[in-house]
Each structure stands twice: as C-alpha cells, then as structure tokens.
Design a binder for this molecule. Sequence first.
Ligand code: FVH
Length: 299
Amino acid sequence: MTDTHVTKRPLTLLGLGDMGTALARAWLTAGHPVTVWNRTAAKAGALAPHGARVAADPAAAVAANGLVVLCLLDDASIAAVLGGVDLTGKDLVNLTTGTPAEGRARARWAEERGARFVDAGIMGTPTMIDTPGSGAYVFYSGSRALFEAHREVLEAPAAARFVGEDPGHAALHDVALLSAMTGLFAGISHAYALIEGEDIAPGDLSPLLSEWLGSMGFFVGNAAERLTSRDFTTGVVSNLAMQVAASGTLLRTAADQGVSTELISPYLDLMRERLEADPTRHGAEDTVGAITLLRRGAA
Ligand code: FVH
C-alpha cells in the first residue's frame, strides 16, 4: 500500500503582528507545522488552538526549524530579537519591510552567523494574504538556493516573485512600487479636495477618476521605453511645453477652490525646470524627460 500522506515542511515564524498573524494562519491552514514566537506572548498563545507550536523565546523558536521567517516591525527589531541567537545553518527569510541597504547589511550579518538569507517585500495587506484573487504577492531576493529550496512553503500565503541575488533588490522593488502608489494617492487626494464644497459627490467623481487613471496607465510602459532608449522626442503626443502651460490651469483652479497645491506642485515644478533648462529642445519632449532631473544625489 502506498502512503499518499505528504508531510508539509515545518517553519518558524518570529513576529505576530497583523501581518505575521495572517501569515501564520495561512501556513497552518496549508498544513505546515509552524513554531511561533512573539514579544507579546498573548498573540502567540492565540494561535495555539489553531495548531501553532509556541516557543518560549527566540532562541528556542530558531532552534526548532531550519527555515526561520521574520515578520517584525522594522530592521531594528530584528537585531533586538535575534541578537545573541545561534543562527548557524539556518535559512532566514526576512519579510520585515526595510530599505535596500538594510537588506544588504542583513544578508552580510546573516552570512557572518553561518546562515543563508533572503530578503523580501510584501505587496499586499494582511487581509489579502491567503485570499485567492487578491493580487497579493511577495518580492524575494538574495540566496537563490534558499529561495528554491523553500519555494513551496513561501508560496502558501501569497505568490512569490524572485527578483535576483542582490539582497537589496526585493526592498528596492517594494519601495519603488510603494513610492508610485504614494504619488498616485497624492493625486487622488488633490482631486477629491478640489470638488469638496461643490455640488459633486465624491461617489460621482470616483468612477470617472478610476477610469481616467486606468487609461493613463500607458505612462508606465511609455516611460520605461523612453528611459531605455533615452529618446524623449519621437512620437510625442503631449509635449512638455504644452504640459507646463497647462499646469497653470491646475494651479489657478486649486487657488480658486481654496485647495493647497502642496501635493502636486513638486511634479509641476520639475517639469518646468526641465523646460526652462532648454525650452527649444526640451519643449518638444515627452514629460518623461523630467525624470532625469531626479537623480540629483547620484554619484
Ligand atoms: N500591515 C500591512 O498592511 C503591511 C503590508 C506590507 C508589509 N508590511 C510590513 O510587515 C511587517 C509587519 O507588519 P505588521 O502589520 O505585522 O506590523 P505590526 O502589527 O505593527 O506588528 C509588528 C511586529 O513586530 C514586533 N516588534 C516590534 N518591535 C519589536 C521589538 N523591539 N522586539 C520584538 N518584537 C518587536 C511586534 O511585537 P508586539 O508589539 O506584538 O510585541 C509585532 O509582532 C512590517 O515591517 C510592515 O512594514 C505590513
């Protein structure tokens, strides 16, 4: 008789905030034995009835399994939790949000302690974890061997996207997408502020805004192509000179509506700076050319 029972691989999870708890539940639901530890013990205790094994301290949690996942508040909390813990031979996966520099430093730190390391950036909220169709996924970078060895476990709560062996690149992808989202949210906030006090309900503007932002999504691919070719002028449909002239309308309307321009002015200023540097040449460009001004701090 063949034993068809497949044992799911065990893991340790340190950090049971909103995200850590969602991840723990997903792994438990998928049948993975999970050892947990959390600074506030009650959050770990709450998972015991769901099958989690609760470790008394970080050292015991790390000793329990070869795969150790971190989902803590920030990089400083990793040092607070794992300082002095023996990591020899462990596979560390860091789901804590951090900068690329922190990811690279943590990789060196792990290597010095005899551990393999993968950094990660979670693209999703706790409610999107283990929710089919939510679109949540996680960027991973660092040791490809570690990632491939644990891919099945890592893909249980959300899809996985490995973005290379530079341990800083998961965080860089994460921060790039979150930064774009920040600008998008800023623009949406300004739009809603403009209609406040008028006889236009936010709910009436909402579908128009969604539709418009969707149709402007072409800018993402257009920018990538122009930044790759460094050709900012061929086939331009809305040139920089026109866009800068039109920006006056945006600013005057905001003033008339009593709305601060603080969320949109920096981008409009950047376009104007690009134009004024060489009006004849840059005036015919796509606005993508303004991106070249942003790397002021680069060596
Ligand atoms: N929640 C979200 O929407 C986002 C989605 C994208 C990814 N982020 C990042 O995920 C990390 C964890 O986020 P979280 O939502 O679980 O955060 P909290 O609920 O605030 O839980 C924080 C956990 O970290 C523990 N902790 C904090 N400082 C220390 C410390 N010095 N020593 C030990 N543990 C520490 C905290 O413990 P406790 O307060 O329960 O005792 C929680 O377990 C994060 O990087 C997000 O940016 C989430």
